[in-house]
Design a protein around this ligand. Structure first.
Ligand SMILES: N[C@@H](CCC(=O)N[C@@H](CS)C(=O)NCC(=O)O)C(=O)O
Length: 114
């Protein structure tokens, strides 16, 4: 798997967040903003499964839901919990999530991300 570099304000990137106003993608947009990440955004019409840039959203995320995050290695992340943690991990200086978070399933890890 290609190693992903960290994204900081001003860095050129092709990472794109697919979102719909008022939907479950809002948390991802907030985290990207709070982290100071410069990413691209593409608004999704959920009913028609099209994006503002003219793409077929169901080809990007066959599950059809937002958020979806396309990475610059071609991978697409889905599920709000995954997208939010990925974005927060790109900007440890913002301290949105504990850096070197404790092991999965432990109370301290759950505390660090709740
Ligand atoms: N389990 C997904 C749910 C995503 C989801 O269903 N989002 C809604 C909007 S809040 C959606 O896109 N619905 C349209 C559809 O699934 O066609 C997540 O946590 O991200």
């Amino acid at each position: 798997m290609q190693k992903l570099g960290r994204l900081h304000r001003g860095q050129d990137t092709s990472i794109k967040l697919y979102y719909t106003p008022g939907a479950g993608s809002l948390a991802s947009r907030i985290v990207a903003c709070e982290a100071g990440l410069q990413i691209d955004y593409d608004k999704v019409d959920l009913k028609n499964q099209t994006t503002a840039s003219g793409c077929s959203f169901s080809k990007i995320n066959p599950k059809g839901g937002v958020p979806a995050l396309s990475l610059n290695n071609g991978e697409v992340l889905t599920e709000a919990s995954v997208v939010v943690q990925f974005l927060a991990d790109q900007a440890p200086h913002a301290q949105l999530i504990l850096w070197r978070a404790p092991w999965t399933g432990t109370g301290s890890r759950n505390g660090s991300i709740s």
